[in-house]
Every structure is written in structure tokens, then in C-alpha cells.
Design a protein. Structure first.
Length: 425
């Protein structure tokens, strides 16, 4: 039988635990994604879940708050103040993480944006017309926004504005097969930068033009989701949630959260799901054979396994990261989704971390071979579930601390040791 992903014989007691539920509740009956009623003979070898959060179905999410909190995409004001204080004090690991960020190409004050009217992204980056440039420019804007907050040096705020203004004056569309994913990646990062600058800097004359760009160019490409591999829709919903916060758009926020909850419970398997993983309404995954094929040929389902584990850990990391990012934004917004997605996130992190750390996979898992390289994606979920809520996450903790300072994947994950290491605000 597979070993438990994350276990501690000495659970943390520093923080009072709040119950996390096993399943995600949909926002309406139309959005419910129940377990597939599939063949009874489905092969299952479920792990015994970790000791930890256990309760029944979560209540329906409150979703969009009556009024949005700003800045409030991935990092909020109290978190930003914590970061600034730690860096100014020269404290580890934040000062080292900040120095890493500023030494990167993204932190240079000579950074020059490369906007395009049409960003065309094909499969496997062929063609790549502006795709890399757009993603890197968004990360650079976010980098300079963080640098501005830490240093209060106007030059960084002005550089972030320069980059964002260049794109809002230029871009009209994303095209080709990878357009939804590309829009999701860049669209996840732009609002992080924009929220910090808009609500902590003195002047941004073209902020409304930037808002129009997000509303007209980005949001329509991501809001309706995707039935591709799960990391697509999760990244798209991260963009939709962040953009909705920036636009104070409660309707789009609610729609994105509903899709996110459905996709999360269909992306990470828990023993409580039954013989087969849950599915997203409208996915067409209505037989065992279709589900196994969608889960990369994996027919043994265990707690913490994801829909892309047997594809590779890199794409799995994209999905896990987006799950954690949306949950973190929801918490800042006062409509906390961790009670609904936290156990899936915790188990996914623990399961993947175990094999990323070098444990040999058993023969029933991905044919006995996994493609590792999870990426710098564990800080946000680990901080929320272990540091803030006190749940044991031994494997995730070991991997997280081993990888510090976490840098960027050059797509949509950036500087999360700086922003979220031991940041319980």
C-alpha cells in the first residue's frame, strides 16, 4: 500500500487548527461536480489519509465579498508590510530571496518591455510570437512593484508602470492553440503588479487603460475555462479571479470561483471521492476508460494523486500553484476557500513532494517512473496550511526549505519565498 504523503508524529500546536473539508462545494446546483458513478470494478489502491482536517461537505462558498480588499491579489497589505520589515531587518530567508529577485533580469531598472498587438502562441511554443516576452514583462512589472513596496524608491514604481503602460497601449489579442493558457499565465501576474501600484503608489495616469486591457483582452479568453489538462483551467481561473479583483467585478469573480472549485476537486484525488476521481460537468468523461486515459493512463487512484502526476511533475506544479494562489487571494478577500480546497492542496503537495525528494515510485504509480521537477510552487500552500493553520506537512516542509529561496518559473510563479515564507499575516 502506498505510504502517506505527509505525516508528523508531533503535530504543530502553535496555531489553532480550523477544519478543512474533503470536497469542494459548488456555488450552485448547476456547478456541482459529484463523483462519477462508474464501474464497480474500478481498480483502487487508496492511501490512508493523513491525520488532519476531516469534516463533511463544505458549505457553499460565499465567493465574492461585498467589497473587494486592495491590494488583494496573492499578497495583501499586511503581508507586504511583513515582507518590507523582514528585508529591511536583513532577516533570513527574506533578505536572500529579495537579493535573488533584484539580481535577476526582472529587477533591472534598465529592463525594456516588448509589447505586441497580437501575441501568437502555438503548441510547444511553436510559433512563439511575443509569448515569452509577455510573460517575462508581466513578471518584471510584478518584480518592480514588490521592489517599490520594499524600498519606497519611485524608480521601481515608475518602471512597473512603464511596463504595464506599454502593454495596455498595444495588445489587442492572443491567438493560436495555446492562447487560453498564455492569457492565463500572463493574466495571473499582471493583476498582482497592478494591485500593488494602484493602491500604494501616488500616481498612475493610465490605470483605466490598463483595466480596459484586462477587461477586454484577457478576461474573455479565460473566464469560460477549458477541458484540456487541468492545469490550463486552473491557471485560467487564477487569471480570472485576479482580474476580477482588480476590476471589482463580483459577477466574474463568482463565475471563476465556481469553475475553480469544480476543477480543483477533479484535479486532486482523495480516497473519499470513491472508486474514481471526480469530473467536471461537461467534460464528457463519463466512463472509467475515459477517466483513466485523461489521468495519463493511471488506473490506481490514491490520495494526493493529481490528474497530471503521471504526465510530469512540472505541469502538475502549475496546477497545484494555481490552486494555492486562488485560495490565498480568496482569503485576503475575506471569502476564504481554504476550508473547501485545503485538504486536496495539502495532500497534493505532500504526495508530489515525497517523490520529488527522491522516494522511488512503486510499480503501480505511473508504471514505476515519474518525471520530477515540481518547480518553485510549494511556498504559498505550505505557508497557509502548515504555518498559518498548523497541519503536519513533513515532506512539503523539507522540500520547501530545501528549495529556498524559491525563484521564478518564468511563466507565472515568482519570488514566493520572499512573499510567503512564514508569512502568516
Amino acid at each position: 500500500m502506498p505510504a502517506t504523503p505527509d505525516r508528523s508524529t508531533h503535530p504543530r500546536t502553535a496555531h489553532k487548527r480550523r477544519p478543512l473539508t474533503l470536497t469542494a462545494a459548488a456555488l450552485s446546483a448547476a456547478c456541482l461536480a459529484g463523483a462519477l458513478v462508474g464501474p464497480a470494478q474500478a481498480q483502487v489502491q487508496a492511501a490512508k489519509p493523513d491525520p488532519g482536517p476531516r469534516s463533511g461537505n463544505a458549505p457553499a462558498a460565499t465567493a465574492a465579498p461585498a467589497a473587494f480588499t486592495h491590494p488583494g491579489v496573492l499578497v495583501g497589505s499586511s503581508q507586504l508590510d511583513f515582507i518590507r520589515g523582514k528585508v529591511q531587518a536583513g532577516a533570513a530567508p527574506w533578505k536572500g530571496a529579495y537579493d535573488q529577485m533584484m539580481a535577476s533580469k526582472y529587477g533591472s531598472l534598465s529592463y525594456t518591455p516588448k509589447p505586441r498587438a497580437v501575441v501568437e502562441c502555438g503548441p510547444y511554443s511553436d510559433p512563439n510570437y511575443g509569448c515569452t516576452d509577455e510573460r517575462q514583462d508581466a513578471i518584471a512589472a510584478y518584480t518592480h512593484a514588490l521592489a517599490w513596496y520594499v524600498t519606497r524608491d519611485d524608480r521601481y514604481a515608475k518602471k512597473a508602470i512603464e511596463i504595464m503602460d506599454a502593454w495596455s497601449a498595444t495588445i489587442k489579442d492572443h491567438t493560436n492553440s495555446n492562447a487560453p493558457l498564455q492569457t492565463g499565465w500572463a493574466g495571473s501576474v499582471w493583476p498582482r503588479a497592478a494591485e500593488i501600484i494602484r493602491y500604494t503608489y501616488t500616481s498612475w495616469p493610465n490605470v483605466n487603460r490598463f483595466a480596459t486591457m484586462l477587461r477586454n483582452v484577457y478576461l474573455p479568453k479565460v473566464i469560460n475555462g477549458s477541458n484540456s489538462n487541468g492545469n490550463w483551467e486552473l491557471s485560467m481561473m487564477e487569471a480570472a479571479v485576479g482580474i476580477s479583483v482588480f476590476l471589482d467585478d463580483r459577477t466574474s469573480y463568482d463565475k471563476a470561483v465556481a469553475r475553480y472549485l469544480n476543477r480543483t476537486q477533479a484535479y486532486v484525488y482523495l480516497e473519499s471521492d470513491g472508486a474514481l476521481p471526480k469530473t467536471v460537468p461537461g467534460s464528457g468523461l463519463d466512463t472509467k476508460d475515459k477517466i483513466v486515459k485523461y489521468w495519463q493512463g493511471q488506473s490506481t487512484f490514491v490520495t494526493g494523486l493529481t490528474q497530471e502526476t503521471c504526465r510530469d511533475f512540472t505541469h502538475t506544479g502549475y496546477g497545484i500553484s494555481a490552486i494555492s494562489h486562488i485560495a490565498e487571494t480568496s482569503r485576503i478577500q475575506g471569502a476564504d476557500l481554504y476550508p473547501q480546497v485545503g485538504e486536496r492542496l495539502r495532500q497534493a503537495l505532500g504526495f508530489q513532494s515525497k517523490y520529488e525528494l527522491g522516494t522511488a515510485p512503486p510499480s503501480w504509480l505511473c508504471g514505476g517512473t515519474v518525471k520530477d521537477h515540481l518547480g518553485p510552487v510549494t511556498e504559498v500552500g505550505f505557508n497557509a496550511l502548515h504555518n498559518r493553520l498548523g497541519y503536519p506537512m513533513d515532506n512539503t516542509q523539507k522540500l520547501t526549505e530545501q528549495q529556498r529561496p524559491a525563484g521564478t518559473n518564468n511563466l507565472f510563479v515568482a519570488w514566493e519565498t520572499l512573499t510567503h515564507a512564514n508569512n502568516t499575516n
